[in-house]
Design a protein around this ligand. Structure first.
Ligand SMILES: *[C@@H]1O[C@H](CO)[C@@H](O)[C@H](O)[C@H]1NC(C)=O
Ligand SMILES: *[C@@H]1O[C@H](CO)[C@@H](O)[C@H](O)[C@H]1NC(C)=O
Ligand SMILES: *[C@@H]1O[C@H](CO)[C@@H](O)[C@H](O)[C@H]1NC(C)=O
Ligand SMILES: *[C@@H]1O[C@H](CO)[C@@H](O)[C@H](O)[C@H]1NC(C)=O
Ligand SMILES: *[C@@H]1O[C@H](CO)[C@@H](O)[C@H](O)[C@H]1NC(C)=O
Ligand SMILES: *[C@@H]1O[C@H](CO)[C@@H](O)[C@H](O)[C@H]1NC(C)=O
Length: 445
């Protein structure tokens, strides 16, 4: 029995490692199978030379939000359309409107780019769910803040559902790259309720598209790493060296925050403002998982998220964690926890995020640059063990990006345990081979 359970655990760790490797290559996220940003155009009325349309952007991603400076939505008009006017957002360029004499359109660009307005614009430029500087919460954190909308009046286009062609080549920045948008498809017109819920109205025509995120489109390197420790072993397992890439020439670092003041202006001029504190891992974010205590019916974990970027405050951050004992999470301090039930019923994954005005801001690197929580987990007596790294998480994501874990062979081990001697080599290939051998031996019994 003993050998078999060892084998199963080794095989499990191997499969977790393998899945981690594979999952970097695909956009599909099993913890958030419906994760996407949906963009819907509802034509509300026809005009003599076009239509008035409401564009609604909804972030259905459970734990990836759009931070400052916000989203940019772009497309290519199918014909010779112009934007007469817009409320709740604006085109970033007017383009060449020299053909127009009396009425000058808002934008004549063939490929307009649209951004949200800033809070505090006058009432006559506003629209519902607008004017948040393009910032959108994740669906898991706050669905009511995961929506952005604006309205535009389109001219020089078709004027019926038979002659209007939806725009093409949609793209979305959120605020950086990473999103790929589908083509727009014409769907049955949307029906919406009046505010009192006693009457419905129907759009003249509706089209919709989805944009999905892939971390690989942004960078080959992770943006976050994991370190581990426990009450039963003084050894700390650090983040893997160069977890977020040391070769990257842009990934320069400084040791002293006094230097950062000098470099501030320089770096702020660049679009991607990042100035990291020097570490072995070179990650902007480290998540530390500490197994803090073991009681009769409970055990305690402390999670600390540390920011190493001098030029970034993370607002409305999210942390996703997977651990088999999360089905018995009894108490969470300082953070909010929401289970993410995947594959229909497996309750081993959830998202954490900060409490409003309390822990939802992860400050720039420095003395204030961390947030932490303590979890109290009820023991499942059949599964609980401090052996073989069981008490450590399988996966962690910060703001939707997967964090680089240390290899299992250097996890903190129990003193005097059979597993106290770490597997001699730390190369992945060797670990895989050894574990495969264990599985093989196991199947022989
Ligand atoms: C177009 O509008 C007509 C009515 O004007 C309606 O009967 C038809 O179903 C609409 N077609 C689409 C694709 O919405
Ligand atoms: C930071 O400090 C480490 C150790 O003191 C040193 O090796 C490294 O060169 C320093 N890096 C910079 C950019 O100053
Ligand atoms: C982070 O927030 C603090 C307090 O609001 C502010 O003083 C600091 O300048 C901000 N840092 C950055 C990099 O935006
Ligand atoms: C999942 O686990 C949490 C506690 O960790 C619990 O509150 C919740 O009810 C569980 N949900 C299901 C569907 O089992
Ligand atoms: C949960 O944690 C809070 C704050 O740390 C504490 O006041 C409360 O008693 C705890 N509840 C349980 C059931 O341990
Ligand atoms: C958070 O702080 C802002 C301003 O500091 C305040 O307007 C808001 O009501 C606060 N929200 C909560 C939930 O305390």
């Amino acid at each position: 029995m003993e050998i078999i359970s060892k084998c199963i655990r080794s095989a499990f760790l191997v499969s977790v490692m393998f899945l981690t490797i594979v999952s970097h290559a695909v956009a599909y996220d099993s913890f958030d199978p419906n994760g996407r940003i949906n963009i819907k155009w509802d034509v509300l009325s026809w005009t003599p030379d076009g239509y008035v349309v409401t564009v609604t952007i909804i972030n259905y991603q459970m734990y990836r939000h759009i931070t400052s400076p916000g989203w940019t939505l772009g497309w290519t008009w199918a014909k010779k359309e112009v934007i007469w006017s817009m409320v709740g957002a604006q085109a970033t360029a007017q383009g060449d409107c020299s053909k127009f004499k009396a009425n000058i359109p808002h934008s004549c660009k063939k490929t307009p780019s649209v951004v949200d307005l800033l809070p505090g614009v006058p009432v006559n430029q506003r629209f519902s769910d607008c004017c948040k500087s393009g910032v959108m919460a994740s669906w898991g954190q706050d669905p009511s803040a995961a929506v952005s909308a604006f309205q535009l009046s389109v001219g020089h286009s078709g004027t019926s559902n038979k002659t209007v062609t939806p725009p093409k080549n949609f793209y979305l920045l959120g605020p950086g790259p990473g999103y790929t948008c589908s083509a727009a498809t014409i769907v049955p017109p949307s029906v919406s309720f009046s505010p009192d819920g006693r009457r419905t109205t129907q759009a003249m025509m509706t089209w919709t598209l989805d944009c999905t995120y892939s971390q690989l489109l942004v960078s080959e390197n992770p943006t976050c790493c994991v370190s581990l420790s426990s009450f039963y072993n003084p050894m700390i397992t650090p983040c893997p060296s160069c977890a977020c890439g040391c070769k990257d020439v842009n990934n320069n670092c400084i040791n002293d925050s006094k230097d950062s003041r000098m470099l501030n202006q320089k770096a702020l001029a660049k679009e991607d403002a990042s100035m990291l504190q020097c570490t072995n891992h070179r990650c902007p974010i480290r998540v530390h998982w500490h197994v803090k205590a073991n009681y009769r019916a409970y055990w305690r974990v402390k999670i600390t998220i540390t920011n190493f970027n001098y030029l970034m405050n993370y607002t409305q951050w999210t942390l996703v964690a997977q651990h088999p004992n999360f089905n018995k999470l009894a108490n969470v301090s300082s953070f909010v926890y929401k289970p993410l039930i995947h594959y229909g019923s497996i309750n081993d994954t959830g998202m954490f995020y900060g409490i409003k005005n309390h822990s939802d801001l992860l400050m720039e690197a420095g003395p204030e640059g961390s947030v932490q929580t303590e979890l109290l987990l009820g023991k499942d007596m059949k599964a609980f063990t401090l052996e073989q790294g069981w008490a450590f998480p399988f996966k962690l994501y910060f703001n939707g990006d997967e964090c680089k874990m240390p290899l299992p062979d250097i996890y903190p081990t129990l003193p005097n345990s059979a597993y106290a001697n770490p597997i001699s080599s730390s190369t992945l290939a060797t670990t895989l081979l050894l574990s495969a051998l264990l599985v093989f031996l196991c199947s022989c019994h």
